[in-house]
Design a protein around this ligand. Structure first.
Ligand SMILES: *Cc1c(COP(=O)(O)O)cnc(C)c1O
Length: 424
C-alpha cells in the first residue's frame, strides 16, 4: 500500500529526485515543515494525501485564474482527449487561440506558442539579437525571466551595470553580455546605453515585477524605458508571464498604454497546461524560422490539449471577471490585515500587504520598490506566518518572495471560510 506519511514521501522523493522536487520553489527550503503532497484540487482548494484541505493562494504559481479544475475547461479538455493530444502538424486549435489573442491585443500581430515562460523569453532574447545584430541585454535586479543562461544574472561588484551569473553552469562569457540595473534606475539605464550605444539588443523588464515580492513600478519608469529603447535602437521586452491576462486581459501593456516591441506570455495563457508564447508586430516576428534566420522549434509546441485549455480559460476573462477578481482580492487582503492586528495580541501587526489586481504580497515594515530595500527579516517573519496559516488550512506559496494569487474561485463563500479559518 502507498504511504500517506508526507515526511516519508519527501524522503522517498529525495532519493531519486534532486531535493525531492522538480522545481526548487516547491521544496519548502528554509521552512520547518516538509512539502505537502497534493492529491487533488477543486475551485480554491487543494487536498493533501492525508485528506487535509487548504484554501490555496499559490494556485500553481499563477496559471489557474479560474481556480482548480474549472468545469467548462475540464469539459473542453475531455472533448479534446477523444480527438488525440499531439499531432506534430498544423491544426485549428492553435489557430483559434492565436486569432483570439491577436484580435484582442493591439500591441501584437503575430504570436508563436512554446511550452513554458522560460522558452518564450529564450526565444525573445534570440529574436532580439538576431533581428538587431547586437548582443547585449539589459535586465533589472529582482525581475525573474525564467532559467535561461542569459538572464540568470545578478548584480556584479564592479561598475554600475556589470553582472555575474546567479547560477552555477552559466559561463562568465554569457554573463558579461547581460547588464544589470536596479528597478526604477532610468538614469543608470541611460548611462549604460551611452556606454554601449550600438550593442544593446534588448531591454527586458517585468512591467509588474512579481517574482521577488511585488514591486510595482511607476508609469514614468516604464515610459522612460520605452523612450530609451527607441533612442538607442534596442528592443523593449515586457515579460508578462505573470501580469499578462491578470492585470486586465492585455496585461501591463494595456494598463500602461505603453507598447513593447516584444511580449512574453506564460502561466494563464495555458490555464494550467504547459504553454508560453512570444508575440510582437509582424516585422519583428518574421525574423523567426521558417520565414527568417532566427531558429526556434518545439516537438510539443502548440499542443492541442494545451491550446484548448488556454482558450477555454481565456474566454472567461471579461472586464466583469477582472472587477470581481479585484474586489475579492481586496476583501481577502482586508481580512489578512485585520487578522495580523488581532492574532495573539498583535504578533503580526508589523506585517503589511501590497496588492495589485488579484496579486498580493505580505511583507514586514515598509513596502520596498527595489531589491536593495527588501526587509532583512522577511524570510524569518514569513516562516512563522506560513506554518501557522498552513495548520489553519491556508496555503501560501512556500517562499517569502512569492506573491499570493487569487482566482475567480475565491468567491464570497471561500472568503467567509477564510475568515473562519483565520480566527479558528
Ligand atoms: C514564471 C515566469 C517565467 C518562467 O516561466 P516558466 O513557465 O516557469 O518557465 C518567466 N518570467 C516571468 C515574469 C515569470 O513569472
Amino acid at each position: 500500500m502507498k504511504t500517506t506519511d508526507q515526511t516519508q514521501l519527501f524522503e522517498q522523493s529525495k532519493k531519486i529526485v534532486p531535493g525531492g522536487v522538480h522545481s526548487p520553489v516547491r521544496s519548502f527550503k528554509g521552512l520547518h515543515t516538509t512539502p505537502r503532497f497534493i492529491e487533488k484540487a477543486k475551485g480554491a482548494k487543494i487536498w493533501d494525501v492525508e485528506g487535509k484541505d487548504y484554501i490555496d493562494f499559490c494556485m500553481s504559481f499563477g496559471p489557474l485564474i479560474l481556480g482548480h479544475a474549472n468545469d467548462t475547461v475540464k469539459e473542453a479538455l475531455n472533448q479534446q482527449l477523444e480527438k488525440g493530444w499531439s499531432y506534430g502538424a498544423c491544426e485549428t486549435y492553435s489557430l483559434e487561440l492565436a486569432e483570439f489573442l491577436v484580435e484582442r491585443l493591439p500591441h501584437i500581430d503575430q504570436i508563436r506558442f512554446v511550452n513554458s515562460g522560460t522558452e518564450a523569453v529564450m526565444t525573445a532574447v534570440r529574436l532580439a539579437r538576431g533581428a538587431s545584430g547586437r548582443k547585449k541585454i539589459i535586465k533589472f535586479d529582482g525581475c525573474y525571466h525564467g532559467h535561461l543562461d542569459a538572464l540568470l544574472i545578478k548584480a556584479g561588484s564592479g561598475l554600475a551595470g556589470t553582472a555575474e551569473a546567479s547560477s552555477g553552469g552559466v559561463p562568465a562569457s554569457i554573463a558579461e553580455d547581460t547588464l544589470i540595473l536596479e528597478l526604477g534606475d532610468l538614469e543608470g539605464c541611460r548611462q549604460v546605453l551611452e556606454r554601449y550605444p550600438e550593442d544593446v539588443a534588448l531591454i527586458a523588464v517585468e512591467p509588474l515585477p512579481a517574482n521577488n515580492g511585488l514591486l510595482p513600478q511607476t508609469q514614468e519608469f516604464l515610459q522612460g524605458l520605452r523612450d530609451l529603447a527607441d533612442q538607442y535602437g534596442a528592443f523593449l521586452l515586457f515579460d508578462e508571464v505573470i501580469s499578462g491576462f491578470r492585470m486586465g486581459f492585455g496585461g501591463m501593456a494595456e494598463k500602461t498604454g505603453i507598447t513593447p516591441d516584444m511580449v512574453c506570455y506564460g502561466k494563464i495563457i495555458g490555464g494550467g497546461l504547459p504553454v508560453g508564447a512570444v508575440a510582437a508586430k509582424r516585422e519583428v516576428m518574421e525574423n523567426l524560422a521558417p520565414v527568417g534566420g532566427v531558429y526556434q522549434a518545439g516537438t510539443l509546441s502548440a499542443n492541442p490539449l494545451a491550446m484548448v485549455g488556454g482558450l477555454e480559460t481565456l474566454k472567461h476573462m471579461t472586464p466583469a471577471a477582472y472587477e470581481t477578481l479585484e474586489k475579492n482580492t481586496q476583501n481577502i487582503v482586508a481580512l489578512f490585515k485585520k487578522w495580523f492586528q488581532e492574532f495573539e495580541g498583535g504578533r503580526f501587526k508589523d506585517l503589511g500587504i501590497v496588492q495589485e489586481g488579484s496579486l498580493f504580497w505580505i511583507h514586514p515594515g515598509e513596502a520596498p520598490k527595489k531589491v536593495s530595500q527588501m526587509p532583512h527579516d522577511l524570510a524569518d517573519r514569513f516562516k512563522e506566518l506560513f506554518e501557522i496559516l498552513l495548520n489553519k488550512g491556508i496555503y501560501l506559496a512556500p517562499n517569502a518572495y512569492e506573491v499570493g494569487f487569487v482566482s475567480l474561485a475565491h468567491d464570497d463563500a471561500v472568503i467567509e471560510e477564510l475568515r473562519e479559518r483565520l480566527w479558528s
